[in-house]
Design a binder for this molecule. Structure first.
Ligand code: A3P
Length: 323
């Protein structure tokens, strides 16, 4: 059953059974299933319960994404905007320490996460205005987001590139299943059973909220096409009136090349990615639109296009797959 020709039949089969059971054995060790979602053990159920009831402040800015959609990129942009482009001030801390990733354990060790504290606990004591990051699927988000209506920046990336980036990241992060075979990953991606689950459900949820005044829905492809215009769009959304010069500083320091060169914005400089770096794998891998073409076979592309068509039918969801 677990082969490419049967992918769509397999998707239906998995939907009717347990997503976790359908994962290959090497992946099961890193994941658990909750309410139909596959989550990494790195984000244990206790954290999810705490975060559902998490206190949201109306002056918070939440950065929300499905994984590998440009979170780190937007995180950089937001922190530079909040610092008015003062690069010395932002470089006092590594990018990952500037914005807490709420559902992560402080030790970042998936084996010890159950008994660790979450980064959301550190965020509780941060002064306002806070920038907070989460990749929680919609059902697990803090319920106060609805009533407190903080600013929410949601970054989405076309699913083919997001999947390819996720596949590679599984071989960068020690906390994720080590998928060696793209085909294996592709099948689990189509089944919504990779860690943090369905791209479709996550993106559609936020697409449907894109016109709410406290939500900015922006795409990786849009940022790639015109970074400066995207920075301006984010500033306008946040109500930050930055000078043209400062917008230039934010833009120049947020290109792929600039972030890669700066150890304070490149995640590769963090101890957790040390092993990956030794193996010449990088968090800031390619930073392109359309790399999926180097991974999807013709057959996989047809299968995915069918799935995409089926899921987006009757909606106005519209993604760019190449620039
Ligand atoms: P690739 O693996 O395709 O290179 P996230 O931060 O959500 O985990 O997303 C990581 C993806 O965003 C990686 O994609 C990474 O290279 C890309 N990325 C990070 N910073 C970027 C930038 N400044 N410009 C373009 N892509 C960037």
């Amino acid at each position: 059953m677990r082969n490419l020709a049967n992918t769509l039949a397999y998707v239906e089969y998995v939907t009717a059974t347990s997503k976790l059971d359908a994962l290959p054995d090497f992946a099961k060790e890193y994941c658990y299933e909750i309410d139909g979602w596959v989550m990494p053990k790195l984000n244990p159920k206790r954290f999810l319960d705490d975060l559902k009831n998490y206190e949201v402040r109306s002056d918070d800015t939440y950065l929300i994404t499905w994984p590998k959609s440009g979170t780190t990129w937007m995180q950089n942009i937001l922190t530079l905007i909040f610092a008015n482009g003062d690069m010395d001030a932002v470089r006092e801390k590594h990018l990952f320490d500037r914005v807490p990733f709420l559902e992560m354990p402080q030790g970042l060790d998936y084996k010890k996460a159950e008994n660790d504290n979450g980064l959301y606990e550190i965020a509780r004591d941060m002064p306002s205005p806070r920038i907070l990051k989460t990749q929680l699927p919609p059902p697990f988000l803090p319920s106060q987001l609805e009533e407190k209506k903080p600013k929410i920046v949601y970054v989405a990336r076309n699913p083919k590139d997001a999947a390819v980036s996720h596949f590679h990241f599984c071989n960068v992060s020690p906390a994720l299943p080590q998928y060696r075979d793209w085909n294996d990953f592709f099948i689990d991606f189509c089944n919504d059973s990779i860690p943090r689950g369905s791209w479709f459900e996550n993106v559609f949820y936020w697409w449907n909220k894109r016109n709410e005044p406290n939500v900015l829905f922006i795409t990786y492809e849009e940022m790639k096409k015109d970074l400066r215009a995207s920075v301006v769009r984010v500033c306008e959304f946040l109500g930050k009136d930055l000078s043209e010069e400062i917008i230039d500083v934010v833009t120049e320091n947020s290109t792929f090349a600039a972030m890669k060169k700066d150890p304070k914005s490149n995640p590769d400089s963090l101890p957790i990615f040390k092993e990956a770096v030794k193996q010449k794998r990088s968090f800031l891998r390619k930073g392109e639109v359309g790399d999926w073409k180097n991974h999807f076979t013709v057959a996989q592309n047809e299968i995915f296009d069918d799935l995409y068509r089926e899921k987006t039918e009757g909606t106005d969801v519209n993604f760019t797959f190449q620039l």
